[in-house]
Design a protein. Structure first.
Ligand SMILES: *Cc1c(COP(=O)(O)O)cnc(C)c1O
Length: 385
């Protein structure tokens, strides 16, 4: 009997989420309103450290708003890793600025911090580190460089709900903004959604205005404050990036499960680590100190380490065994737009280029059963032994 195909990722939506969405639908308030306010307050409390949380309809929107609020504009340069999803760099182009790509560190798959300073010019205004797969970047080192050169820091924390380093949650560091994703495949999901976290009240204010058309009060305030309901002021040509109460009701339930999800993901990662240890596979980097650091294990990123089979054939073989895998990520210097526009060369990014050649990600999500995971392990062993 052939088993059903095991997808690479699936959201973990329970009856709680379904009931909460139904309640919201029945409430008559479906766009940004009380549920969104509650989700923002809960998220800020979850991250801790007196941060403010500003919901948006995607991490891409959140990164765009944060960068805009930092005043990034035409001609500015922003340092980004090449090993990331295109959203990290595209938002720099939205503002007419130029991303400057940095290779990854093969020990972390995050930006190679030792190469950042050599990329800084008089035009550099910001750094966007990405906590790759949920492994936290060394934020103290990145913030130290930023202080030295007077740069802004916006963390692409799309993979990090939750991650921590040196006992500090990602979200609590003194960056200008930290941006989370609640896309369908991420550790917690609202279908589409994101959150900006910041301690900077001026930045928060600007993001709130720009996420809804440049209106000086959001829709919820507009209908509940003492000022006349019809009155609003446009202070800038803003965007339409607000999160709906339908999405936020999902988010509230998912956030309540985030720690449990992380524990399960960690168990699954440990089982993969143990079972695949003797195979010709470079396993994902782990946290430096398991006592003080937390890996969200959003992704389980491996590299083949054999001449017997190449990556593309390995992915086909896995798929023939009914298992979905993926690649995180195709480095941006290999993507036609970025490569051609910025004349990027593979040899300028040797680590990410080498990683990509052999990279594959195994399925790791809380909807997978123990038997599902054993099936993945068995398939990898059969192909590589
Ligand atoms: C998913 C992802 C994003 C974009 O998230 P959206 O919520 O889909 O906009 C940004 N950066 C990284 C690294 C991601 O993986």
């Amino acid at each position: 009997m052939t088993q059903a195909f095991l997808p690479f990722a699936l959201p973990d939506i329970g009856e709680e989420e379904i009931n909460e969405v139904v309640n919201t639908l029945r409430s008559g308030w479906v766009t940004t309103g009380p549920k969104t306010k509650e989700f923002e307050e809960s998220f800020a409390r979850y991250i801790g450290g007196n941060v403010e949380a500003i919901s948006v309809n995607s991490a891409t929107a959140g990164l765009h708003l944060a960068l805009e609020a930092c005043g990034i504009t035409h001609g500015d340069e922003v340092i980004v890793p090449t090993l990331t999803f295109t959203a990290t760099a595209e938002i720099v182009r939205y503002l007419g600025a130029d991303p400057v790509f940095v290779d990854c560190d093969l020990n972390t798959l995050c930006i190679d911090i030792s190469q950042i300073e050599s990329k800084i010019t008089t035009k550099t205004k910001a750094i966007i580190p990405v906590h790759m797969a949920g492994l936290p970047c060394d934020m103290e080192a990145i913030i130290a460089i930023a202080r030295k050169y007077n740069l802004r820091v916006i963390e692409d924390a799309a993979h990090t709900c939750p991650s921590k380093i040196n006992n500090i949650y990602i979200g609590q560091h003194d960056s200008d903004a930290i941006v989370y994703s609640f896309y369908a495949t991420k550790t917690i999901t609202t279908g589409e959604g994101g959150m900006i976290v910041t301690k900077n009240t001026e930045l928060a204010k600007r993001c709130k205005v720009m996420r809804l058309h440049g209106i000086s009060r959001d829709a919820f305030d507009r209908y509940t404050s003492t000022k006349p309901a019809w009155f609003y002021e446009i202070v800038a040509p803003g965007y339409k990036y607000n999160l709906s109460d339908i999405a936020s009701s999902l988010g509230l339930c998912q956030l309540a499960k985030a720690d449990r999800f992380q524990v399960r993901r960690q168990q699954m990662a440990e089982l993969y680590m143990k079972e695949l240890a003797d195979l010709p596979v470079i396993l994902p980097p782990q946290v430096v100190n398991a006592e003080t650091d937390l890996h969200s294990w959003h992704l389980f990123c491996c590299q083949l380490n054999t001449d017997k089979i190449n990556r593309d054939d390995f992915i086909v073989a896995m798929s023939q065994k009914g298992i979905g895998t993926s690649v995180h990520f195709i480095p941006l210097h290999f993507q036609p737009y970025w490569q051609e526009y910025y004349k990027l060369k593979a040899e300028d990014f040797p680590n990410a280029s080498k990683y990509y050649k052999n990279a594959f990600s195994l399925p790791l999500y809380t909807k997978m059963t123990h038997d599902d995971q054993l099936r993945v392990i068995k398939a990898v062993k059969e192909i590589l032994r």
